[in-house]
Design a protein around this ligand. Structure first.
Ligand SMILES: [Zn+2]
Length: 354
């Protein structure tokens, strides 16, 4: 194994809910360390390293055992190619965002790990690219199969390996990629569903919604599998996914980045507060309005924006507007911002009509 190297990958660091408690901070500090996951380096494609874990060979061996060596290995080969297409869908988009992706083939399929993305939108594109690439590849395989039957039926008739290859590829790419889109976290569909919930709900509600839906979808899939498919492998996988949702419901860390605001939001907020301290109500209001238009602003930030806007309007002499903003922010916050005004007279003087 001279040519082999072991890759050390950094797992995604779970980010915490806003305003973490002390136990949460402790848990977060524990999570914020390197976790080692060993894989045997195979090759790099488009500058993306691909490695394989021992469990992947166990998976291929399971296919060979359950379907016979020839069929099992052919199925394993089709699984490998389909997984690589799916994972490279994720990885190429992650590479586009310069997130240093790596692909690992492991016992439960594939994994594309990369540095944390800069926004939920980037995360959504990276996640959606996997099933998209898989389904697109499935479409190409279908067209190739139809073309073969139309133009070279002589190569298809009686050619069991070729026919099997086409049906394995179609089965894996279509069924697996569609199943992968179910809102069952941490499948790709579940992760997309979580990003949608994070956008619509408060962070803690979004987490609960994600995992309750995950458990419900898992229960339906499990019942259907037991009733119609009796596949022990699928039962184990779905059971495992449901268990992950159960444990995540009680976890202190979130199931992914809670990136509700961009990294500049805090800077802008500080800028607005400083402007208010310096008596520049116009500038404070301008920065707040700029922040408000950003959809990735957390509730806590938004409350602070309302408080600053209330006090800025008050300083500008617009009492009605000040009152309407103040209603949307906690009193404590408004009072804290009011304390920033140098004194009432000078603030009124500073605030000329814009
Ligand atoms: Zn995926």
């Amino acid at each position: 194994m001279l040519w082999a190297r072991f890759v050390v990958r950094r797992s995604r660091v779970p980010e915490c809910h806003e305003a973490p408690s002390i136990p949460q901070r402790i848990a977060l500090a524990r999570c914020d360390s390197f976790s080692l996951e060993m894989g045997l380096y195979l090759f790099s494609l488009a500058r993306i390293p691909v490695s394989v874990s021992g469990w992947y060979f166990a998976l291929i061996a399971y296919y060979a055992y359950s379907a016979g060596p020839a069929r099992g290995l052919l199925f394993g080969l089709c699984v490998t190619v389909s997984l690589l297409v799916h994972e490279f869908g994720h990885a190429l988009v992650a590479r586009h965002y310069r997130l240093d992706p790596e692909v690992l083939l492991h016992g439960l399929g594939g994994l594309c790990s990369h540095k944390p993305a800069n926004s939920n939108r980037h995360d959504a594109f990276i996640i959606a690219a996997g099933p998209f690439a898989g389904l697109f590849f499935g479409g190409l395989v279908y067209l190739a199969q139809e073309a073969m039957w139309s133009y070279r039926p002589d190569l298809m008739y009686g050619n069991e390996p070729l026919q099997l290859t086409f049906s394995f590829f179609l089965y894996i790419t279509i069924i697996w990629n569609i199943a992968n889109l179910l809102p069952l976290w941490p499948l790709d569909g579940g992760q997309l569903f979580r990003l949608l919930m994070v956008r619509l709900l408060k962070p803690s509600q979004a987490e609960r919604a994600t995992h309750y839906v995950g458990i419900a979808v898992g229960a339906v899939v499990l019942s259907l599998t037991v009733a119609y498919l009796s596949s022990p492998f699928l039962i184990i996988i779905v059971g495992f996914l449901m268990y992950k949702n159960f444990t995540q419901l009680n976890a202190v860390t979130s199931s992914g980045p809670l990136r509700r605001e961009n990294r500049f939001a805090k800077d802008l907020l500080n800028k607005a507060e400083t402007a208010l301290k310096e008596g520049d109500a116009d500038e404070a209001a301008r920065v707040c309005h700029q922040l408000r238009t950003d959809s990735h602003v957390s509730e806590a930030t938004l409350e602070k924006i309302w408080a600053i806007l209330a006090v800025a309007s008050y300083a500008q002499g617009d009492q009605d507007e000040a009152d309407s903003y103040a209603e949307r922010a906690p009193d404590k916050l408004v009072l804290a911002m009011l304390a920033h005004l140098p004194n009432q007279d000078s603030a009124d003087e500073d605030a000329g009509p814009s």
